[in-house]
Design a protein around this ligand. Structure first.
Ligand code: C5P
Length: 408
């Protein structure tokens, strides 16, 4: 992916042991297509050298407001005006206090103050000891920075370099990368609530065995991520898959179709959008054996009776909120042939405004896919692309179909 292609990021490092993670972050930003200009405070240079950051960013690192390499001798102006965003990672407690006060006695704080505030966003990834993090002064400074228009990216929790355990670790490079990518996505679903089902279900035969399918959950997880990036509050009702939960998404794990139905019905009561990507098992064994079904030596296979599972999408689509248009329902169809015919029929049978068709064997487990969007007017094709790219297109398409959001 090249989610940061064309973006120029000023990556500011301040004094903290988390500087070692900034090297990895710089590499991840470059890999995602960004150009990265590193600026380091004197304290940051105690933890990691400019040589490392220069090698990883491919650009000379700046550290002084008196840097004569700039023809006009104004690195604070030139560097801040080039940037699409300034990311401070790690941002120390001291540096936050300096930002709050509008200090300008070294290059990094100077360029943060000098940045065109409407055009160049400032993102802050704090990193410090848990006591420093919890201190009222730090919390006060955080609130003030947010009020001054900075985006606070939060902190991680766990073991700290000082030997203590708690909140205040810098987020991992991959988390920061995901947050930065999300930051640049248009907020088409701001103030909307989205529920997504994803993955297969598992219908138990006995305590050891069950019936499931090849759905990887990747498409649903990508849609949850894309909806979150677009500013929605997202709940992902996930069948048994081993995928990581997208940043900022609330996940409810379920196993069987009936569990998925119960969780989904509870979640959609306040939602604006429901996207059913889950490959729900159509049937389940009538009864789950209490103990493992054993071979009895007779050579006779056990006879398993099946019963139909509830149709989650149909149940939600028939609810009052869906029928009145308050809840916008999107279904998926995985077919092996005659995709368009089946997709059209399925949309009508489920009574939903939008159905997304794909070819099962071409999507299960893959990182890319191609989609067919079927609505009452006709069909639109989304060409083969990564599931995340398709998810972003789909999210934009859904956003355009929603009734205007109430102003906050
Ligand atoms: O009926 P069919 O399985 O072909 O329809 C697929 C669509 O319906 C998908 O959106 C899927 O998530 C949803 N579905 C469901 N509950 C079921 C079966 C399918 O929500 N029991």
């Amino acid at each position: 992916m090249n989610d940061l292609a064309g973006k120029h990021i000023v990556l500011g490092l301040t004094g903290g042991i988390a500087c070692y993670k900034a090297a990895e972050l710089c590499r991840a930003l470059v890999k995602e297509g960004a150009t990265v200009q590193v600026v380091m405070t004197e304290a940051a240079q105690q933890f990691i050298t400019p040589v490392t950051m220069q090698a990883l960013s491919g650009r000379i690192v700046y550290g002084s407001q008196w840097d004569a390499r700039e023809p006009n001798n104004m690195p604070h102006i030139n560097l801040s005006r080039e940037a699409d965003a300034i990311l401070l990672a790690p941002c120390s407690a001291d540096f936050m206090a300096r930002l709050v006060q509008g200090r300008a006695d070294e290059l990094l704080s100077l360029l943060c103050l000098a940045r065109p505030i409407e055009r160049v966003p400032l993102l802050v990834a704090p990193a410090m000891n848990r006591e420093m993090w919890a201190h009222p002064a730090t919390q006060r400074n955080m609130a003030q920075l947010a009020a001054d228009g900075a985006t606070l990216l939060g902190v991680g929790s766990g073991d700290q370099a000082c030997g203590e355990t708690g909140d205040g670790r810098m987020l991992d490079p991959q988390e920061l990368l995901a947050d930065l990518v999300a930051f640049f996505q248009p907020k088409l679903l701001a103030r909307r609530r989205v529920v997504v089902t994803a993955g297969p279900t598992f219908e138990a035969l006995d305590p050891i065995r069950g019936i499931t399918n090849h759905s990887s959950g990747k498409m649903g997880f990508a849609i949850a991520r894309a909806a979150r990036e677009a500013g929605a509050e997202v709940t992902l009702v996930a069948g048994p898959v081993s995928l990581a939960t997208p940043r900022g998404v609330r996940r409810v794990d379920v196993r069987s179709a009936r569990e998925m139905l119960a969780a989904t019905q509870a979640e959609v009561t306040a939602a604006d959008v429901f996207v059913a990507t889950a490959a729900v098992a159509d049937w389940r064994p009538v009864a789950e054996a209490g103990q493992k079904i054993k071979k009895d030596g007779s050579g006779d296979a056990p006879v398993v009776a099946f019963t139909e599972n509830p149709d989650i999408l149909l149940a939600v689509a028939q609810s009052e909120r869906a029928r009145s248009g308050t809840l916008f329902c999107v279904g998926f169809a995985a077919e092996s042939h005659d995709l368009l015919t089946h997709a059209k029929a399925k949309r009508e049978r489920k009574g939903i405004p939008l159905l997304v068709g794909n070819i099962g064997p071409l999507t299960f487990g893959q990182d890319d896919n191609q989609l067919l969007l079927v609505d009452a007017q006709g069909v639109q094709e989304l060409p083969r692309a990564s599931k995340l790219v398709l998810a972003r297109w789909l999210v934009a398409d859904i956003a355009a179909r929603l009734p205007a959001a109430a102003t906050p």
